[in-house]
Design a protein around this ligand. Structure first.
Ligand code: SAM
Length: 269
């Protein structure tokens, strides 16, 4: 991979996804894309990039899937799920809506939307509420995993008993796996969405999670996304960001701090 190849890859990735991969990631990029060259039987990055530059090819999708970072875990930054239980639910109850719309933007394999679903499904008083969680990502592979909702049993064992009960043990002949039950899966819709493109949803959302996603974007893209997210929140709705992303929320005069890496859309006066 020449310098020119690497720069072409960086430009293409940034234009298509917003992901700004630093020069320090060259080896990682090389490792991930070499696998794609091999899978296609290609001998040079030049040939490979010619294929990927045509956005309509399957390989353009594999290129993005290979270069996204999908690290995630159930109940990552747990204070956000406490906020759902301790603030969002009592506030929604006081409004008398019994309806929640939550968006996990950049959901990866689904640990974030499943953590939301687990938090809300474990509250018996919400049993009759109309709750929908939209889970989106640019990466088609992680979305397929999310729809499956299959977890290693040892990850499920760490959950509280009332949450563990929302999974069914064993997947086919595999006893070491568990699958999210119907209640959880019916709450979540996984959809492919590139955050840089137009969004088909009109909102309003009660909560938008966008954590550990815009960290890879440049400052103008981060700010533009914060404005777009804010415009889809109801007054009193929450924007939840990752730890190092939260300074970006400072660009919006419509957001107030709501505690650690949490922001609330100001009420209309
Ligand atoms: C590190 S994961 C974060 C997962 C989860 N939000 C969490 O905090 O655990 C980042 C996710 O953002 C997705 N992503 C990156 N660029 C994107 C874009 N332009 N549009 C939508 N998703 C994107 C990646 O595919 C990846 O799955």
């Amino acid at each position: 991979m020449t310098d020119a190849d690497f720069n072409r890859i960086r430009r293409l990735l940034k234009d298509r996804s917003g992901i700004d991969v630093g020069a320090g990631k060259r080896q990682l990029v090389y490792g991930r894309l070499t696998r794609r060259l091999r899978a296609r039987g290609l001998r040079s990055f030049n040939e490979y990039l010619a294929l990927v530059e045509d956005a309509s090819t399957d390989e353009a999708r594999f290129f993005l899937n290979s270069l996204t970072t999908n690290v995630t875990e159930l109940f990552r930054e747990e204070h956000h799920f406490d906020l759902l239980r301790e603030r969002l639910v009592p506030e929604a109850t006081a409004l008398g809506t019994r309806r929640l719309r939550i968006w996990s933007a950049g959901c990866s394999v689904g640990d974030e939307p499943y953590s939301v679903a687990l938090t809300l499904a474990a509250l018996p008083e919400l049993a009759a509420w109309d709750i929908k969680i939209l889970a989106t990502d640019i990466d088609s592979e992680v979305l397929a995993q999310g729809r499956e909702g299959v977890y290693q049993m040892d990850r499920i064992q760490k959950l509280k008993p009332n949450m563990r009960a929302l999974f069914s043990r064993g997947v086919g002949s595999k006893a070491g796996l568990a699958r999210a039950g119907d209640r959880l899966r019916s709450m979540i819709s996984f959809k492919q969405l590139n955050l840089l493109e137009d969004w088909p949803m009109s909102g309003p959302f009660d909560v938008i999670f966008c954590r550990n996603v815009i960290i890879y974007f440049d400052a103008p893209t981060k700010e533009s996304l914060v404005h777009r997210f804010t415009s889809l929140l109801r007054p009193g709705g929450y924007l939840l960001l990752g730890h190092s992303e939260s300074p970006a929320a400072g660009c919006s005069p419509l957001l107030d701090s709501a505690g650690r890496t949490a922001f609330v859309r100001k009420a209309i006066r």
